[in-house]
Design a protein around this ligand. Structure first.
Ligand code: ZN
Length: 303
């Protein structure tokens, strides 16, 4: 710590005449280490990961590494070498939806989050690993059949409705469209300062997600309209769950089909992802809400 402070002090003195360099040095020293895990997904992970990495790094808050798993046709020997070093990171972002990881990797991640690590789930990452009980607890709700577990939605009065396994729809989505995201927890660090309602760019609107849904705090929802083949109720879009000493942040926004990455280009999605990662890593949010954040009636995307 003494060396760390001394280094900052020296940097400050050396840069005293420069513009912004003191702040930049302090920021660099505070960068959070983030690991994106990918390698299999029914979405275009090869387009998603580099884009999300750029968005995260452009905040100046993260240093991002990527761990890519073997492909679905890889021999068992390739999996033996797959051992992401989760414990070296402040936060792990999953962009993975595919074969079960080897048990030792599952154990590594569970222990990492239990011990205080941050985990961030983007879109179809919550489709993965139905057979991994700790994972299901961490994510709360996943893309599962209606008999898998509870369903959680909100009624028009904002009351949380919990349906039992077997009751109501299982996982699905209607046709893609731009839709309003409604903030439900205005005091949570990730949501503080966001509009009460804002338009998310064209995306899938997940509904009927299922799971143990324990200790789940819903930060934002979207109305799943029957006119778009939705459920006629308010579906959770962003939520958090404590797990051991760690924090898990999920957003089901972020569908990417082929080369079309509209959902990720939404400045609303990006803000929620960036802040979700910072919060999962530290429990706090310092990243500001950008000027170009979407409005209640207008999307705002990175052209
Ligand atoms: Zn999708």
């Amino acid at each position: 710590m003494i060396h760390h402070l001394a280094r900052l002090f020296v940097a400050s003195v050396v840069c005293i005449a420069g513009t912004f360099c003191v702040a930049d040095d302090i920021r660099a020293a505070e960068k959070l280490k983030l690991l994106i895990v990918d390698g299999q997904n029914n979405h275009n992970w090869k387009a998603m990961t580099p884009y999300m990495k750029d968005v995260l790094e452009e905040t100046g808050r993260f240093a991002v590494d990527v761990a890519t798993s073997p492909g679905s046709d890889a021999p068992a020997a390739a999996w033996e070498k797959f051992r992401p070093q989760f414990s070296k990171y402040d936060v792990v972002l999953s962009n993975y939806n595919g074969q079960p990881w080897p048990k030792r990797v599952q154990r590594d991640l569970t222990e990492y989050v239990e011990g205080g690590g941050g985990l961030v789930i983007i879109h179809a990452a919550n489709n993965a690993f139905p057979e991994w009980p700790e994972w299901n607890e961490m994510i709360g709700l996943g893309w599962r059949g209606n008999d898998f577990g509870a369903r959680v939605s909100l009624n028009d009065d904002g009351k949380v409705i919990r349906s039992a396994a077997g009751e109501g729809p299982g996982a699905g989505h209607g046709r893609q469209h731009a839709y309003a995201i409604v903030t439900r927890d205005t005091q949570h660090p990730v949501m503080r300062g966001l509009p009460r309602e804002w338009m998310h760019a064209k995306d899938e609107l997940y509904h009927g997600q299922r799971g143990p849904a324990l200790n789940m705090q819903i930060l934002a929802t979207a109305y799943s309209d029957e006119s778009t083949n939705g459920t006629g109720t308010h579906e959770p879009m962003v939520w958090v769950i404590p797990y051991g000493k760690g924090r898990v942040f999920t957003t089901v926004m972020g569908h990417v089909n082929g080369e079309e990455i509209t959902a990720l280009r939404c400045f609303g999605f990006q803000t929620v992802m960036n802040r979700g990662c910072e919060w999962a890593a530290t429990g706090k949010v310092t990243l500001p809400v950008p000027e170009n954040f979407p409005k209640p009636n207008a999307v705002s995307i990175d052209e």
